[in-house]
Ligand binder design. Structure first.
Ligand SMILES: [Zn+2]
Length: 255
């Protein structure tokens, strides 16, 4: 099916009718991914020029942004998670080429990336390596993904996957670091140089260690300190997307 037909299907309420066959022989487009997220009311991006009348997003980190993506609201549906995992697998296959059969472990962080990581590992186990493993990188008391229980066999080759990336020094990097350090003081497992990110809402294409990121879907969404925020400079107000009626206000549905 071509992307226009897929988008029509989603807009007519058929998001759960989608199967990987709709995307066979091609990659899902960013517009299609965005439409799926919109079907679950999980995607917002500032439309048009920054103006005082339209607010922008205040993130948990305190930064301001022109976009907001909620992966959990989408990836907790097994059928939808399966669709996206299938696209991740295509990118992993394309990126690793003949090395694909060397992948032993998919590692992803708690919590929103767990279902995606598991499903990617499951698909890879069916296609390339029956002994494929899945590892959760658990959050520590500060909420950062740093802990891998029992470590990972040092002979294994690991791929790091994240559901969302905002900056190169955030949870994707922390997940990678957790894998590298999971056997300390014993040797690390082997880790593929590139990390994979489903929803790449970032200007960074490298992590803090300068290793590359492979985005499945890239969105040009900025993150700004309040004092440097172009939307604030235009008089737009920063609001917490999930508070009260703010989600509707961001979408211009209500005042
Ligand atoms: Zn701002």
């Amino acid at each position: 099916m071509d992307p226009k037909e897929v988008i029509n299907l989603i807009q007519s309420g058929g998001v759960f009718d989608l199967t990987p066959e709709h995307f066979e022989g091609r990659l899902m487009s960013t517009a299609e991914a965005e439409e799926i997220f919109k079907a679950f009311d999980a995607f917002w991006m500032y439309k048009g020029e920054a103006v005082a009348q339209k607010p922008h997003a205040l993130l948990k980190s305190g930064k301001h942004s022109n976009g907001f993506i909620m992966c959990k609201a989408v990836l907790h549906y097994p059928r939808i998670c399966h669709l996206f995992a299938n696209e991740v697998v295509k990118l992993i296959e394309r990126s690793l080429a003949e090395r694909i059969s060397e992948v032993d472990v998919i590692a992803s962080s708690a919590y929103s990336a767990i279902t995606l990581g598991w499903e990617v590992a499951r698909l890879l186990s069916l296609k390339h390596n029956p002994r494929m493993e899945y590892v959760i990188v658990e959050k520590d008391e500060n909420g950062n993904p740093t802990n891998i229980r029992g470590g990972i066999d040092q002979d294994k080759n690991v791929i790091v996957l994240n559901e969302l990336m905002t900056t190169g020094s955030g949870s994707t990097w922390e997940t990678r670091e957790a894998v590298i350090e999971c056997n300390t003081p014993e040797p690390s497992p082997k880790i593929f140089n590139q990390s994979f990110v489903l929803m790449h809402r970032s200007e960074d294409f490298f992590l803090a260690d300068e290793s590359p990121v492979v985005p499945i879907f890239h969105f040009s969404i900025g993150n700004y300190d309040p004092e440097d925020c172009p939307w604030c400079k235009a008089g737009s107000k920063a609001i917490k997307p999930k508070l009260d009626n703010n989600w509707n206000i961001l979408h211009g549905i209500t005042e």
